[in-house]
Design a binder for this molecule. Structure first.
Ligand SMILES: [Zn+2]
Length: 98
């Protein structure tokens, strides 16, 4: 058979290609192509809601999760920024109205 990587002719029972070292038999699928989307990385509505109401919590969640759960971290940060912006706007409106 031929090596799928380098195309050289190798023995049918080979597990690794003797020319390029690629694995040619055995495990199906490529572990490197596995997605990074773990269910835990999904933004939970609760966390986003809390981040919106209490921006400081969102920023803390972002800081804690930014490496391991980047999607979750980003949505919390966004919610926190929105919450912070809207809170600031409300304060300004109240300040000017008073
Ligand atoms: Zn090869």
């Amino acid at each position: 058979m031929k090596c799928p990587k380098c195309g050289k002719e190798i023995a049918d029972e080979s597990v690794f290609c003797g020319f390029c070292g690629a694995r040619v038999n055995g495990e199906e699928g490529n572990p490197e192509t596995q997605t990074n989307d773990s269910p835990e990385d999904n933004a939970s509505c609760l966390l986003v809601g809390i981040s919106f109401l209490f921006p400081i919590v969102g920023i803390i969640v972002y800081a804690i999760n930014t490496k391991e759960k980047p999607n979750k971290a980003k949505s919390c940060l966004k919610a926190a920024l929105w919450g912070f912006g809207i809170g600031l706007a409300m304060n300004l409106i109240v300040a000017f109205a008073a």
